[in-house]
Design a protein around this ligand. Structure first.
Ligand SMILES: Cc1ncc(COP(=O)(O)O)c(C=O)c1O
Length: 381
């Protein structure tokens, strides 16, 4: 029987924007979560050199040993037990990392707890892996984050994982060290593993919180499956490199599943990723640029009467509540009017499971002031 899988709501907006642009319409992109800054030239050169050196064949399914070694060093610096031959694999980005993990480790009877709002690919992936997503509404008083209080009502004997994404796409909320600790303790007590989607880890604007988070996660390693990606941190979206770190007994089936699906992450990209991870402080995107953009977006949105936003401590998104401005219109309709009439693309909250909101992305800063101008006009009209 053919399985039906819905298109991601974020991609639907992106495709609409491309279609209108192809028809000659001028649309400013405030929808895509893809940094406009290119990766450092050293990273590009590492890929070129890998191609010239004929590194173009299959690699081991878990990735080249040099990159696994570099990842284990990164993890060890954060205090994790990570060994290149034991408990990590290189994947083709975070999406395949998530999918591989879910396919390898879920049983039909399992449930996966998914905080709302959520990254649109989680639920389809869980369903495709044969299990059931269980939505846990976030607390509006706390940036739509969840804690043990919110989780309790949704736990069953079938709960296997919680998928936690922090900084959160779409809200930009960041779980504080205390919130993470409380949550992880609760999960451990209930024998639930945390699938930690850490793709925005670099984009935490308060450096002290960032360091504290690393410290808090360390003692919970045995109950975390850590998913990381080079897509956002090093602007390597199309290069398709990510990795999974988890306790050793889980890795064998993940490697097997990955071997059957992608074989291995793209070979030259693995050499480029090696360059990036040998000196992450040098090659990660400049955080201050995104911080300036964040402040620009907040300042612009303050001009719109009755618009409230969730304070974005991380990622490169602002999630705004439009219910008081447009009580009679759906968020999808507001977004489509913003695109068609005002020439600015933003994503409806419904794509993330929360109606009545819009997500503004400042990952692309090329025409941010102009886009914000159009957005403010559109929302104020
Ligand atoms: C929360 C979240 N997880 C995973 C991904 C996928 O990242 P990747 O490009 O590494 O597949 C994204 C991409 O936007 C994301 O926002």
């Amino acid at each position: 029987m053919k399985k039906v899988i819905e298109e991601s709501g974020t991609l639907a907006v992106f495709h609409r924007m491309k279609k209108l642009r192809a028809m000659g319409k001028d649309i400013v992109n405030l929808c895509v979560g893809e940094p406009d800054i290119p990766p450092d030239q050293d990273i590009e050169m590492a890929a070129v050199q890998a191609i010239q050196a004929q590194h173009l064949r299959y690699t081991p399914s878990e990735g080249i040993p040099e990159l696994r070694e570099a990842i284990s060093l990164v993890m060890q610096q954060e205090g994790w037990e990570a060994e290149k031959n034991r408990n990590l694999i290189i994947t083709a980005g975070a999406k395949p990392a998530l999918f591989t993990t879910l396919l390898a480790l879920l049983k039909k009877t399992n449930e996966v707890l998914v905080p709302v709002p959520f990254y649109p690919s989680y639920a389809p992936m869980i369903r495709y892996a044969g299990a059931k997503p269980v939505y846990v509404p976030g607390n509006p008083q706390n940036g739509y984050k969840i804690g043990s209080q919110e989780l309790k009502a949704y736990l069953t004997s079938r709960s296997r994982f919680l998928i936690l994404n922090s900084p959160v796409n779409p809200t930009g909320s960041v779980y504080s060290p205390d919130e993470l600790q409380e949550l992880l303790k609760f999960l451990e007590k209930n024998h639930i593993m945390c699938l930690l989607d850490d793709v925005y880890r670099h984009f935490i604007y308060d450096e002290t919180i960032k360091k504290d988070i690393s410290r808090i996660l360390k003692p919970f390693q045995q109950s975390i499956i850590l998913i990381r990606s080079l897509s956002k941190e090093f602007a390597m979206t199309g290069w398709r490199i990510g990795y999974v770190v988890a306790k050793e007994p889980l890795m064998a089936s993940m490697k097997t599943v990955q071997g059957h699906i992608i074989g291995n992450a793209q070979t030259a990209s693995q050499f480029a990723a090696l360059k990036a991870l040998q000196n992450p402080d040098k090659y990660a995107l400049p955080l201050h640029v995104f911080n300036t953009r964040r402040n620009e977006v907040i300042k612009a949105l303050r001009q719109v009467n009755h618009l409230s936003i969730i304070y974005p401590a991380g990622a490169f998104y602002v999630f705004a509540d439009i219910q008081s401005i447009h009580p009679e219109k759906s968020d999808e309709r507001v977004c489509s009017e913003l695109m068609e009439k005002f020439g600015v693309a933003v994503t409806p909250g419904s794509a993330f499971g929360l109606k009545g909101f819009i997500r503004i992305s400042y990952a692309d800063g090329n025409r941010l002031p102009e886009g914000l101008d159009r957005l403010v006009k559109g929302l104020s009209s």
